[in-house]
Design a protein. Structure first.
Length: 52
């Protein structure tokens, strides 16, 4: 998959699922996403892990 193909795919989706395991139990959350041209991560004014 080329970078252009990846950008095109990601831009057709506005939701994603973040999955983790915490204390041995799986957890998942639906999150809204946006895609920057440079594919860098940006967080719209929110800390992913408050208090850290």
């Amino acid at each position: 998959m080329t970078r252009a193909e990846l950008l095109a795919f990601l831009r057709t989706h506005r939701l994603a699922v973040v999955s983790t395991i915490h204390h041995g139990a799986p957890q998942a959350a639906v999150v809204g996403i946006g895609v920057a041209d440079d594919l860098e991560r940006r967080y719209a004014g929110r800390k992913l892990w408050p208090g850290q």
